[in-house]
Design a protein around this ligand. Structure first.
Ligand SMILES: Cc1ncc(COP(=O)(O)O)c(C=O)c1O
Length: 394
C-alpha cells in the first residue's frame, strides 16, 4: 500500500488557481465567510457539542434551529429540514408516496428517477419540445396527467418539475406548472438544485408544495448538503417520527424523523458552511439579472465562432448552457489527442470544467465569474478556434 499517495502534497486539487466553468461547480464555490469558519468546525460531529434534543435541526448553538426558520422564510415555505443533497430531499418526500405514481419532466436529473425507483413509484414523463430548444411546456403536464388517468384509471399522486435542468440550463415556467398541479390537486416537487441560492425562488408564488435544493450546487456550501422545504399540509407525512419500540429493550425514538435517518446526516462542515454563506446568498440572488446578462453576452461571443451554436432556450435565462460545435468535433477527429484536445487547450489557457473528451457538445456555467473572467473564457475559445483555422467573426 502506498500511503504517500494520500499525503497533503499529493492531495492538491488539480483545478486550483484556474477558472472553473464546470456546470456543477459555480454556485457551490464557498464564500469568504464560509472559508473563515472552516477549520474550527472541521471535526467530525462538530455541531453536536450542545445537542440537547437529539436532532441536528433543533440545535440552538450553533443557531441551526433559527437558521431552519430563516431558510423557510427565504424560500417562502413553512418548514425546512437539511438533507444529504437534493437527491436525499427527493427521496424523503417520495418515501411518503411509496408505490404511487409520479409525473416528472423529461429533463429531470437521474436522481429524481432513482429516488422514485427506491420508493417503488411508477414514473411517467412530460415530453419536451425537442431539438433545438428542449422546452418543457406547462400544458404538457395537464396532458400527461390525463394520459395517466386514461392508462391507470386515476390521476397521478405526485408531480416533479426541474426548475432549471442540468442539460440545457432551461428555466421552466414553474408558476404555471404549479397552477396546473393545484387545479388537479396533485402536489408538486420543485427541484431547485440549479436555481434557489443563485436566483429568487418563492415557493408560494410558484405554487410549490415541496422545494428541494442543493447546498453544494447553488448555496455556496461544502458537500453534501441539501434542503427540503414544504408546507404545513405535508409536514406530518414527510417528517413523520419513529414509531418503533425495541421488542426486547422497550426503547422508543419518538423524536427521530424516519426518512431523515432519525437525525439528518449533516453534522459538520456542510451545515456550518451553508449557514456562514447564507447572508451572502441572500444578497447575491438580487444580482441575478447581471449574471444572466453575462451568460447572454457569452453566448453571443461563442456564436461568432464558425460552427458553434447554443442549444436550449433562447434567449438564456440561466447561466448554465450547452453548445453544439461540429467544427471542434471535426478537429478532434484528426487531432492526436482526439476529443481531449479542447480540454487540453483550455487548460493551457487557465480554464477547466469542460468535460475531457467532449467536443461535439459541451456545457459551461458562467455563474459568479467576473466580466473579466467571462471575457477571458470567450477569448480562449476564440483563440483555440483560430489556431485550428476556424473562422471567428470580429
Ligand atoms: C437538476 C439536478 N438535480 C439534482 C442534482 C443532484 O443534486 P445533489 O448532489 O444535491 O443531490 C443535480 C446534480 O447535478 C441536478 O443537476
Amino acid at each position: 500500500m502506498n500511503l504517500d499517495r494520500y499525503s497533503p502534497q499529493n492531495l492538491r486539487r488539480p483545478s486550483s488557481g484556474m477558472i472553473n466553468v464546470h456546470p456543477i461547480q459555480r454556485g457551490g464555490i464557498l464564500t469568504e465567510e464560509a472559508r473563515q469558519v472552516i477549520l474550527e468546525w472541521a471535526d467530525g460531529y462538530s455541531v453536536c457539542d450542545l445537542c440537547l434534543e437529539g436532532r441536528v435541526d433543533l440545535v440552538k448553538n450553533p443557531p441551526i434551529a433559527e437558521f431552519k426558520r430563516d431558510v423557510a422564510e427565504f424560500l417562502n415555505m413553512d418548514e425546512v429540514r437539511f438533507t444529504a443533497g437534493a437527491r436525499h430531499a427527493k427521496f424523503v418526500i417520495m418515501s411518503a408516496f411509496k408505490e404511487k405514481t409520479i409525473v416528472v419532466d423529461s429533463l429531470a436529473h437521474y436522481t429524481s428517477y432513482i429516488a422514485a425507483e427506491l420508493n417503488d413509484m411508477k414514473v411517467y414523463e412530460v415530453p419536451n419540445s425537442g431539438y433545438p430548444e428542449f422546452k418543457i411546456e406547462p400544458e404538457k403536464y395537464a396532458e400527461t396527467f390525463e394520459r395517466v388517468k386514461e392508462e391507470t384509471g386515476k390521476y397521478p399522486d405526485l408531480a416533479l418539475l426541474t426548475h432549471v435542468d442540468y442539460r440545457y440550463g432551461n428555466l421552466a415556467d414553474a408558476k404555471e406548472v404549479g397552477k396546473i398541479c393545484r387545479e388537479y390537486g396533485i402536489p408538486l416537487i420543485l427541484n431547485t438544485a440549479y436555481s434557489s441560492g443563485v436566483m429568487e425562488v418563492d415557493g408560494k408564488k410558484l405554487n410549490a408544495d415541496f422545494i428541494v435544493a442543493s447546498g453544494h450546487k447553488s448555496w455556496a456550501a461544502t458537500a453534501p448538503i441539501g434542503i427540503l422545504a414544504t408546507n404545513y399540509d405535508f409536514v406530518d407525512d414527510v417528517f413523520r417520527t419513529s414509531k418503533t419500540r425495541g421488542e426486547w429493550s422497550g426503547r422508543a425514538f419518538t423524536k427521530k424523523e424516519v426518512a431523515l435517518f432519525g437525525c439528518s446526516p449533516v453534522y459538520g462542515l456542510p451545515i456550518i458552511t451553508l449557514m456562514a454563506s447564507f447572508p451572502a446568498v441572500v444578497r447575491r440572488i438580487k444580482k441575478w439579472e447581471e449574471e444572466v446578462a453575462k451568460a447572454r453576452w457569452f453566448v453571443k461571443e461563442m456564436e461568432k465562432i464558425e460552427g458553434v451554436q447554443l442549444i436550449g432556450e433562447r434567449p438564456k435565462n440561466h447561466t448554465l448552457m450547452q453548445f453544439e460545435s461540429p467544427a471542434f468535433h471535426s478537429i478532434a477527429k484528426r487531432h492526436k489527442k482526439r476529443g481531449f484536445f479542447l480540454y487540453h487547450e483550455l487548460k493551457k489557457r487557465g480554464i477547466v470544467g469542460v468535460q475531457p473528451g467532449m467536443t461535439k457538445n459541451f456545457k459551461i456555467n458562467v455563474y459568479g465569474l467576473s466580466w473579466e473572467e467571462v471575457e477571458k473564457v470567450a477569448e480562449a475559445f476564440k483563440d483555440i478556434a483560430e489556431s485550428y483555422g476556424l473562422e471567428v467573426e470580429d
